[in-house]
Design a protein. Sequence first.
Length: 202
Amino acid sequence: MLQAGSRIVVATGNRGKLAEIRAILDEFLVAVVAQGELGIGEVEETGLTFVENALLKARNAAAVAAGPAIADDSGLEVDALGGAPGIRSARYAGEPADDGANIDRLLAALADAGDRSAAFRCVMVYLRHAEDPAPVIAEGVWRGRILTARRGEGGFGYDPVFFDPGSGCSAAELGPAEKNRVSHRARALRELARRLGAAETQ
C-alpha cells in the first residue's frame, strides 16, 4: 500500500507537521501533497480521542482528493494535569490557537507542580479511500518532562518547554533530522509504514 513513487494527501494545515511528515516519508520515496495544495479545507475536530480526530481529518481529505490520505492527531499529555491538555493541546489557551499563549498557560498550571513528567502522543491514520472500512492506525509516544522556562528557537507548539532526556535538550533545541528520529510523529509514521508494508505482503 505504501509504495515508492506513490502519492498521498496529508490532511494538515500545520506547516511544522507537514514538514516533519514530508521529511520522514521521503525515506520511503513517497510523494506528499498537502491538502491545501488541492483546495481541501480543514474539518472540525469533534472527536473525543486522537484516533477519532485523525479519522475525521483523513476521511475528509480522502473524499475530496478521491484517493489515499494520511492524517495525524497529536498532543501533549502532562501527568500532573491528568493528561491535559491532550486533544485540546493546540487550543489549550483558547481561540484563536496560539503556541505562545498555550505555553504560558501550561507553565502557569505547573508552577507549583513537583511532577513535571509528560509525553507527546501522536496517532497516525492511513485510508486507501474515504470509505475505507479498515484504516491503518499507528501510535507514537515521546516521553520527557516540562521545563520551567522556554529553551531553543526551533520546532513549534510546546517544543521549547518539552525536555527530551535522551538528548538532554528541549525539543526546540534539536535539529530537524534529530527530532525526526526520536519524536512521537516520527515513531508513529515509521510504525505506520511498517504496518502498511506488512499489510501489503498478506
